[in-house]
Design a protein around this ligand. Structure first.
Ligand code: ATP
Length: 340
């Protein structure tokens, strides 16, 4: 009997349910075609859970999430911080990997962009240690450790060794000499274990400029939590639409896959959201399950989903409004599913 994988599904808020329904249509097709053994368990989390239970991830959901191999997560609204931070820290998903790649046929600010941002996911200001120390005076603490910097740097170098063999460390160590200074120093130390990979560094302010001006200078960017968050939204914009950008949050045992965009309340309920980022996240999950013991069929299924999406996008006939088309979310999904 094949290994069975359990996947917790969080549909999210705003456009979440719409893009997830579209993604499930495509996933079902791939799962049937490649005879995969995946059980999806829907869990309540996000704004709707806050309304119902008073917390973004109620205990009943958390116990399911902890028991699953992977999590497929739609975008969450107001309570996004509570949901993602709890899952990322609770399951120690320390590497947030955010590729930014253009697609043939999709208009992009910088055609040919192909880079990956590797963002540290558990520290920095996201430890949420903010304090009001006096009336009108607030402070926030920022955590950077050698251990977390080391493991994220290693992920970045491992990834670069399968790509164009270059890692850029993005920081602001001229101002944050101790925290960013440590992050940068550790990245260079880890870099010595990878003599075939070029390493360079940039200040965050220079990096945002180059990301727009000449994104081709980047292969893999490794950076701390907050800079990574900001850089990856910009990188998604450079590639055409935020609706195209998938991401993974990886630990050593488990992983969560999600689009980088938010709940997009402005277009929710209209059936026009672009489900590509969600679908690419799901395809990535299948490939990851393949590496986690599922084997070749899972990897092929993930690749088939990716190829089908690329084929629909490059044909340019069935595109959602964010890409200049007039197709709705479900007709895009049907076109993708048909090609698998
Ligand atoms: P967050 O702070 O959670 O990132 P936000 O409201 O700042 O949320 P998004 O929800 O990502 O950002 O939306 C930013 C813009 O991009 C909105 O105008 C939204 O309509 C658009 N957008 C986001 N995702 C999609 C999508 N999948 N398809 C089409 N448009 C999208």
């Amino acid at each position: 009997m094949d290994k069975m994988f359990k996947v917790a599904v969080i549909e999210g808020d705003g456009i979440g349910p719409e893009i997830l329904a579209a993604t499930m249509l495509v996933l079902e097709k791939a799962i049937n075609k490649y005879s995969l053994n995946v059980e999806f368990i829907h869990v309540e989390a996000g704004d709707s859970a806050v309304k119902k239970y008073g917390e973004a991830i109620p205990e009943s959901s958390w116990s399911v999430i902890k028991s699953c191999d992977a999590i497929l997560k739609g975008p969450v609204g107001e309570s996004a911080g509570d949901v993602v931070v709890k899952i990322r820290r609770g399951l120690d998903l320390y590497a947030n990997i955010r590729p930014a790649k253009t697609f043939p046929g999709v208009k992009a600010l910088k055609p040919g962009t192909d880079l990956v941002i590797v963002r540290e996911n558990t520290e920095d200001v996201y430890i949420r240690a903010e304090h009001m120390i006096a009336d009108g005076v607030s402070i926030a603490l920022r955590l950077v450790t050698k251990k977390a910097s080391e493991r994220i740097a290693r992920k970045a170098f491992e990834l670069a060794s399968k790509r164009r063999r270059k890692v850029t460390v993005v920081h602001k160590a001229n101002v944050l000499t101790l925290t960013d200074g440590l992050f940068k120093r550790v990245a260079y130390e880890v870099g010595r274990e990878f003599p075939n990979i070029e390493i360079d560094e940039m200040y965050i302010d220079a990096a945002v400029m180059d990301l727009v001006r000449k994104p081709e200078r980047f292969d893999v960017i490794v950076t701390t939590n907050l800079y990574g968050d900001i850089l990856s939204d910009l990188a998604a914009y450079v590639t055409g639409s935020i609706g195209l950008a998938a991401s993974a949050n990886m630990g050593d045992e488990k992983a969560m896959f999600e689009p980088i965009h938010g709940a997009a309340f402005d277009i929710a309920g209209k059936g026009v959201a672009n489900p590509t980022a969600m679908m690419l996240s799901a395809a990535w999950m299948l490939k990851w399950l393949g590496e986690r013991g599922g084997g070749k069929r899972y990897i092929e299924a993930g690749e088939a989903v990716e190829k089908s999406i690329e084929s629909v996008l490059s044909e340019g006939k069935i595109l959602t409004p964010d890409l200049g088309g007039s197709a709705n979310t479900m007709s895009f999904a049907e076109a993708v599913a048909m090609r698998i």
